[in-house]
Design a protein around this ligand. Sequence first.
Ligand SMILES: C[S@@+](CC[C@H](N)C(=O)[O-])C[C@H]1O[C@@H](n2cnc3c(N)ncnc32)[C@H](O)[C@@H]1O
Length: 385
Amino acid sequence: MADLNRELAAALPLLQKAVFSQPTEGAEYQKVTLRPVTIKGKDYFQMEGFRDNKAFHRNLSREETLALADESLAGRYRQVLLMSGDGAAQYVLRRDGSYKKSGKSAVPRPGGEAAYTHDREKRYLLAEGENIPALVDLGVFTPDLRIVKAKYDKYRQINRFVELIDDAFSSVEPGKLTVLDFGCGKSYLTFILYYYFAVKRGFDVEMIGYDLKEDVVGHCNAVAEKYGYSTLHFETADVSKDKLLDKPIDLLVTLHACDTATDYALDFAVRHGAKYIFSVPCCQHEINASISKGGDLDALLRYGVVKERVSALLTDSIRAGILEDMGYTVDLMEFVDLAHSPKNLMIRAEKRGAPREKNIPRFRELAERYGFRQTLLELCDRKEQ
Ligand SMILES: C[S@@+](CC[C@H](N)C(=O)[O-])C[C@H]1O[C@@H](n2cnc3c(N)ncnc32)[C@H](O)[C@@H]1O
């Protein structure tokens, strides 16, 4: 016979997740999950209860968690799973109200031991055990909140993305924040960022994801509503021509927004005074399709594969140089290992100074000489007319 409250108290210091399922009649929720979270630098246990297809959240101290377990969880759920650094244990409720412990095993981790060590470094931000339930609906997590194997690379990218965001925002006092994601697609990143800002850090965040695909946008809105993410919205829009949010923004992100969608995103960010831009471009076809021989760089244009890579790098160098001219401090970095994604270059920019024109005239001259088109450069020209 196991004393569930005592077992939970022992598991709390290394708790990854506790799941209370198969409710009895007296249970308030159909299912309850407890996970550790860090909010504004303080550690809590987040209680998530599901009722009528809706999720309810409370962030609790250790004492409040134990009180909740004592008053409303123990004895009210037939199945309990406790996962901690010590392993996983299952408990089954018996007729007499006591629990039978049905085994303890090491907690398996996706990607083996190497991934475990790697994850452990990242645990502070998005540990597997504290993951975001909305991602089950998006197909990134299994119903028991494990990463779907096929999505592991995506998950790793997003984790890294959020770490870089955290580098910029960890010392920022939570307040109002407007965040846009251009080309959000299935919105794994958007949901995780919302979770990071709104749930973990306590920002009063307004977040919008834009995408061309109406069905995907509809699904994302339904998921946001289901989890009570009331200030997270998705809109069907072509970011190159549709009317978008018309007010200053704080942060703009893109993750693999196709081809020139990235240029429209950067242009929008600059025009709306974004303090931060985190943009991972994708399929930079435009220069590759339009460049022709014109001078010293001709040797780089002879072979298709080299031309393609040079064009992609030239595209992102021009984007970075334009942002510098717009008063941003810019880094170009490999944000994940090349082995995890060939599209691994991130443009990270922070607005720090006044605009100046140093790089743009040189890019114009280069574009004219080599006959290529580059949307962000053309958008700068358009503005000046
Ligand atoms: C490769 S997906 C990336 C999706 C998501 N950011 C991610 O990383 O999972 C690119 C997305 O950009 C969207 N997209 C491409 N051009 C767009 C445009 N002009 N306006 C809005 N969305 C666009 C596509 O519909 C697609 O969902």
